[in-house]
Design a protein around this ligand. Sequence first.
Ligand SMILES: Cc1cc2nc3c(=O)[nH]c(=O)nc-3n(C[C@H](O)[C@H](O)[C@H](O)COP(=O)(O)OP(=O)(O)OC[C@H]3O[C@@H](n4cnc5c(N)ncnc54)[C@H](O)[C@@H]3O)c2cc1C
Length: 295
Amino acid sequence: MEFLRPATWDEALAAKAEYPTALPIAGGTDVMVEMNFDVHRPSAILDLTRVTELTGWSHDGDVVRLGASVPYSRIIDELSGPLPGLALAAHTVGSPQIRNRGSVGGNLGAASPAGDSHPALLAAGRDVLVEAASVRGTRLIAIDDFYTGVKRNSLEPDELIRAVRIPAADGPQQFSKIGTRNAMVIAVCAFGFALHPKNGTVGTGIGSAAPTPRRAVEAEEYLQGVLAERGLWESGGLLGAEVVQRFGELVRGAASPIDDVRGTAAYRRHALAVMARRTLTWTWNDYGKQIRSAA
Ligand SMILES: Cc1cc2nc3c(=O)[nH]c(=O)nc-3n(C[C@H](O)[C@H](O)[C@H](O)COP(=O)(O)OP(=O)(O)OC[C@H]3O[C@@H](n4cnc5c(N)ncnc54)[C@H](O)[C@@H]3O)c2cc1C
């Protein structure tokens, strides 16, 4: 097995162009497990740990550009202000050791439907963009187009993820995850939710309840309609139980889960409706408080 160890981003792209089947490794928290279990015997490993271009982030006020290899622990410590939903999701990943190594770039590379960053990225809005680069250039992949199947994504063989561009939060965000215990657990299902008062939209993300992470489109459209028609963005007034209930039902309807060792499809649907109602209630209460304190 070849072991490629580029020192710079340009060297990494050149190596990926020369060896398109080389398996990138960042934190290694997925790659090493799969190699130990013989899931992968790649002809080459492309070690990205020396590439410092991947370990930084920047924030221009509107958008956070998160380097692919920034570990979860730094997202929690440094970015819970502009990226509260992603930071909450990061809190639930593995253990401190996994959060010190694991990254959003690795979560996207693995593209597991159970990856915890995906619901938060989807909920952050349709403007979330994955920066994919190769020696041919850089392209921006909308997060909605990134997930193509179970553990499949839209990267070309010669491409690497450079960063993810995520709009900074302009309203409350939440993340909720159900597992069979409190830590070190793969999601039975998960839900991300965000309010985007600036453009009058809401964002949702469903995890571990469909072949790919996905948003609950009808639920988003329903809630956006109610918030606009009733002037609730301006007033921060009460949503009403029927709105919360309907939102939960639409989120449940957007999932297409399976029965597996972690849970049944019926349980996942039920749990998603509960998480959707809760996260909507929490975020809306926070939003209402913000509106009232600004008045
Ligand atoms: C004990 C344990 C607990 C875990 N708990 C959770 C959990 O609670 N929630 C969760 O979501 N995950 C969990 N994971 C899985 C894993 O930690 C995450 O998926 C993490 O985000 C992977 O990041 P990484 O940097 O370690 O990726 P790596 O293992 O280095 O790579 C993962 C995949 O991404 C590819 N890749 C990495 N970087 C790039 C890049 N820049 N461009 C293109 N492809 C790239 C790799 O080739 C590989 O296919 C757990 C893993 C372990 C071992």
